[in-house]
Design a protein around this ligand. Structure first.
Ligand code: FAD
Length: 601
């Protein structure tokens, strides 16, 4: 079997993985990147709007304190305060560094990096490249990683994290990872004391999603199987604006920049309805008349923000309510109109990808007509529970970063804060993983050969079954079930029903069958991914059932408001002792120091 030895193995080549690998390499570690698609194809490449960083290029008043406050308020105070603080403090330097490495950002008139408005951010704060920021970010990081000579294993999927069995009690110590080449189906063992999970999100567990095929929650599940816990899994972000038509592109993202640049939401009666949905929490800073909202675009100092730029959870719920009340569009969405508000030249310059996306996929000219949009599963706030400063999980040597880690965004992520998160915590994870590996000297954790055999057997299990079910049917049923029962609005009965259905999917998956051979076999790949999707789905449904309140990306019809008691705790999930299901417990939020509490007075 192919075998490699490294100090640090990074699983994932999105923004988080690439930034972590660069940091680990710069800190002296022998580093490898393993990614299940081609290098450059990670999900980060799809990010449109920008990177949130309080650089103060448009608003000198902006600083890390305001960004920290916005992030915590956006997350409805459930964020890990330390992560939100580090993120706000370090994001500007990370953006500047990207520019030093060759990223070409849009500019202000006086030549600084341009920053645009996004929901929940008090000031224009998103450093951007048109609406293709993720592409530029990946291009820059990837070029640097390749130039540094970091080894890359692409089209290679990690299916297990190994621990050293001699490490004794406790969550354990990492020894390496197990993977297979997608093309040949052959296995690889990585011996490494540090493994950084940077595998992105979980969106493919839902039917309508902005996420690509890769987002099957692999890192979440790998961490759980290795003994780490996940936090905040009930909080799934449904982006307010996904395409609704034609069916083949349902869920595809329509960037928030459309609203940041002047777009407004209207129902089928032509009403600009967001004024009816301004929650108490944001009343003081949101315009309550059309005049003030429109004046804000030209005079931000003397006017409050339009309600279309409330945090995503608020806007998604409002859209959902309008559609449910029968004021939706012919294809079951709501209108997003920038055509009547900006010139065609402005739209084509600021939103080139959106212009092409609608023209080519829906035959809609967004400079001349309104778009039809609706909520789409977009991002998971929940992820691996990590130490805020180092990104290490409870398992020694196992780190998680980017969308597969949890805590930073609380119950709701602000737009732009993910790309900042990848850079800030990618660097931190890489540095800490590297220094931990170096601290071990010559005595490293060892991969147990019995574990290698077990990983191999488990990966090949779907070939051994006869007469079982095809993984595609189970995946499709799971996606529909999660959409219907654990979607944007939840109830106890539906969540209980969902957990019963997940149990049934688990039984079906235990006998799923794969046809053919190990050489490029998408059915087999899906069978392996599906195990992860099932674990992650159970975590989401279980945590959503337990949290009896509505907050951020978790709305319970039977508990419609936030609850003060629930606002003091997180929900944490682990794999049960038998490895067959998910255990859940409550955990108090870490105490915020008094000097930071002052920002919320
Ligand atoms: P990814 O970029 O998804 O990378 C995951 C990597 O892990 C991939 O290389 C994949 O191949 C690899 N991988 C997964 N599983 C395995 C495995 N088992 N073995 C090996 N490799 C594996 N956020 C913002 O802040 N601003 C925006 O403007 C913005 N726009 C967005 C637009 C869209 C359409 C979408 C979908 C998201 C957007 N987001 C935005 C969110 C943001 O893009 C993501 O949260 C972020 O890019 C995730 O980065 P990541 O590095 O964690 O994961």
């Amino acid at each position: 079997m192919e075998r490699h030895s490294y100090d640090v193995v990074v699983v994932g080549a999105g923004g988080a993985g690439l930034r972590a690998a660069i940091a680990a390499h710069d800190a002296g570690a022998r580093t490898a990147i393993v990614c299940k698609s081609l290098l450059g194809k990670a999900h980060t490449v799809m990010a449109e709007g920008g990177i949130a960083a309080a650089m103060g290029n448009r608003w000198p008043e902006d600083n890390w304190e305001v960004h920290f406050r916005d992030t915590m308020r956006g997350g409805k105070m459930l964020n890990n305060w330390r992560m939100a603080q580090l993120h706000a403090q370090e994001a500007p330097e990370r953006v500047q560094e990207l520019e030093d490495w060759g990223a070409l950002f849009d500019r202000t008139d006086d030549g600084l990096i341009s920053q645009r408005d996004f929901g929940g951010h008090k000031y224009a704060r998103l450093a951007h490249v048109g609406d293709r920021t993720g592409l530029e970010m990946i291009r820059t990081l990837q070029q640097r990683a390749v130039a540094l000579g970091i080894d890359v294993f692409m089209e290679c999927t990690v299916t297990d994290v190994f621990k050293d069995p001699s490490a004794g009690a406790g969550p354990g110590v990492v020894a390496g990872a197990f993977a297979y080449w997608r093309e040949s189906g052959r296995f690889i063992v990585f011996d490494a004391p540090s493994v950084i999970l940077a595998t992105g999100g979980i969106g493919k567990s839902f039917k309508v999603t902005s996420n690509s095929w890769e987002y099957t929650g692999d890192g979440h599940a790998l961490a759980m199987r290795a003994g780490a816990s996940l936090i905040n899994m009930e909080f799934v972000q449904f982006h307010p604006t996904g395409m609704v038509w034609p069916p083949s592109v349902k869920g595809l993202l329509v960037t928030e920049s459309v609203r940041g640049d002047g777009g407004i939401l209207k129902n089928s009666e032509g009403e600009r309805f967001m004024f009816d949905y301004i929650p108490e929490f944001f009343k003081a800073e949101t315009a309550d008349t059309v005049e003030e909202a429109d004046a804000w675009y030209d005079d931000k100092k003397n006017n409050r923000r339009p309600p279309e730029l409330l945090p995503r959870d608020e806007v998604a719920r409002a859209i959902n309510s309008e559609i449910k009340a029968g004021r939706g569009t012919p294809h079951g969405g709501i209108y997003l109109d920038i055509a009547s508000r900006r010139t065609p030249e402005f739209i084509r310059k600021r939103l080139p990808s959106m212009y092409h996306q609608f023209k080519e996929l829906a035959d809609v000219d967004i400079t001349a007509e309104a778009m039809e949009i609706g909520p789409t599963c977009h991002y998971v706030m929940g992820g691996v529970e990590v130490d805020a400063d180092t990104q290490e999980s409870a398992v020694t040597g196992l780190y998680a970063v980017g969308e597969c880690s949890g805590g930073m965004h609380g119950s709701n992520r602000l737009g732009g804060n993910s790309l900042g998160d990848l850079l800030v915590f990618g660097k931190r994870a890489g540095e800490h993983a590297s220094s931990y590996a170096a601290s071990l000297g010559g005595t490293r954790p060892q991969v147990d050969e019995a574990h290698v055999k077990a990983a191999q057997k488990s990966a090949l299990a779907p070939f051994e079954v006869e007469g079982g079910e095809n993984p595609y049917t189970i995946q499709s049923d799971l996606q529909q079930s999660m959409n219907d029962l654990v979607g944007i609005i939840r109830t106890r009965t539906e969540l209980e029903e969902s957990l019963a259905e997940i149990e049934a999917f688990k039984v079906r998956a235990s006998t799923m069958v794969v046809e053919g051979h190990r050489q490029y076999n998408p059915g087999w790949h899906l069978a392996l991914d599906l195990r992860n999707m099932l674990i992650v789905s159970e975590c989401i449904a279980k945590a959503a059932l337990a949290r009896e309140e509505s907050r951020g990306g978790h709305t319970r019809d039977d508990f419609p408001g936030p609850d003060a008691e629930w606002g003091t705790k997180n929900l944490v999930v682990n794999l049960n002792a038998e490895g067959t299901g998910v255990d859940l417990h409550e955990k108090a939020l870490p105490e915020m120091p008094d000097e930071l509490k002052g920002y919320f007075a």
